[in-house]
Each structure stands twice: as C-alpha cells, then as structure tokens.
Design a protein around this ligand. Sequence first.
Ligand SMILES: [Zn+2]
Length: 335
Amino acid sequence: MNYGNLRDRPVDFSSHGEWSLCPHCRYRRLVPHDELYGRAQDCPGCSLSVGPGKWQTGASDLILTSADVRWVCEVSWFHTSVHRVWPPAAAAAEDRAVHLGTYEAAIESMLYRMSAMAEHDQQFYLHRVEVPDISVDPAMHDDLGEALTGFVELNAVTSTGYQGLRYINEEEQKGSISLAVSPRAIRSVQSVAIPAPGLSAVVTARTTDCARRYDADRAAAESTLLPVDRENPLGRLDRLMGTTVSARRLRERDHRMWSAIGELFDGLSSIYVADVAPGLRERLEDAVRATLAVGPAAGSGIAEVYRRYAGLIVRSSEVLALVGAVPASRPTLFD
Ligand SMILES: [Zn+2]
C-alpha cells in the first residue's frame, strides 16, 4: 500500500480572534484578541459577565468535533520534534501516546519549545504523518495538558477502546483539533529538518531599513558611554539602582538597547506576520530572541534568523511541498 498521499489541509495562520466558550453557559463566539484579556464582556447567550481571561477555548470548526471521525483518516497530520526519526523508540518502549496536530499547531509548538524549554539550539524536524487506518473515539476529550510538546500515557488513549482520541488544542493554534494516538496507529512518516534552507521569508527594502535603523540606534546608545563605563561595567543591580553616575549611564544605555531591539522586532513583525494571531507573533519573536547569542549582533543577522523562522509561516505551501516529497516510511520499531 502506498502512503504519503493523503491530502494536506489548507494552512491558515491568520486570525481575527479566538473561538471561545462562555464559562457559564458554553455559548460559543469569536472573541477578538483585544477583548480576550481586556475588560469584562457580557455573554450574548446568558447575559452574565465574563471576566478577562475567563473565556474557555472553543473549537474553531465544529464539523471537526462531530461524532463522524472519518476525516481524521483522510488528512495528513503534523508533529515537530528534535528527533530525526520519529516517533522515537522510547515512545513504544515506554507505552506512551504521541500527539498529532495541524501544521500550524506543530510550527507553533516548535517556536514555543525553542524559548520556553530552551531548545533554541536544537535541530528540529517537521514530521508529516498519516494514520489512514486508525480507530478514533467519536467522543471529544479534554486537552491532555502537554499539548504537542510532550507524551501522554498510552493508557489514557487506549482505555477508550480506540487507538486515538481528539481534543481541542488550547495551547497551539488555539481551537484547532489535535490527536493523542497510539504510536502503533501511525502508518507513515515523512520528515524534514526545519527551518528549511532556501525557504526563508524574503528580504524587502523595509527589512534592510529596519536592520540599519537598529544598528544606528545601537551605535548611538553605545556612544553615550565613557571609557570608564566600559572598563568597569558594574553589576546588574548597580545598573538597575543607578548607584553611581557611571551606573546611571549604563542603565540609560541598556534602556536604549532594549528599546532598539524592541523596535527591530516590531518592524519585522509588521513586515512578515502582521495578520497572524498575536500569540503566535510573540512566540516567533521569543524563539528568535532565544537564538541570539549573548552580546551584540548586527541587525541584518537578527533579521536573517527571523526570516528563517517566519518562512515556516509565510512560505508554508513550499514547506508542505518539501516534506510531501520525502519518501514516506512506515515506522518499523513496532514490528
Ligand atoms: Zn453565557
């Protein structure tokens, strides 16, 4: 049987809000991002007030939560990990289930792990996975907590009597449907190293301007220091407290540097990912910041790293074509 041929769903990183559920009556509505954590809103369903941050994550597409689960077998699924060969043998040896999700959720998971789990220096791989024969519980389940980042006990899945279960992802591509599956249900995997060379977001004139402005701002900030400040740069606490004239100069320089890099990231974000969900924009920025070596880096170098990771978002169709062209292999570690 041939694998690696199922259809990829259209990728859409754009977002005008989050599908959310009223915690009182489960009324479902699209809440704009600036209202999710803004002031309290009255629920149109029950008229009760819902405080900021209290909306629960709802499914962005209700059809995918219905009891008809055949679609799960008909589309490709994705996972990002630091394992070139996936699932790793440990998943089978330790009776663990694995997570599968949309392409968008898999990319967001990697960006999250790069900063939050300090995996910025790891080589990541995108795995395109097919589960054409899997039996899926028709009931929806709760998010198992570790999202795409970790493993769950296999028993949590197989105790349902099925090889896989669905849940609404509350962490990556919020509202998308993810799966927790037995590794044995996986029929094929295609893997590529990401970010892929040659698939960076393209340089624009504005990119170059942003990088130059950052270099100029940084040089201007540095020029405010006197030789004595550099010879005796003082500790972090002295700078924060401004204990001496030199410490205050260093503090002011630090503020200008933070401001400069903040403006650089704001500029790159507006060029490349203006219409994606704010949470994903932040994860992209945090991931790139995590890769930056300690000490100053030129604006063009920072922009290059940013473009590399932004390419996974803005050139997703090419990334999908790349991984789709890899020969599909069937995991053999269970045979
Ligand atoms: Zn309500």
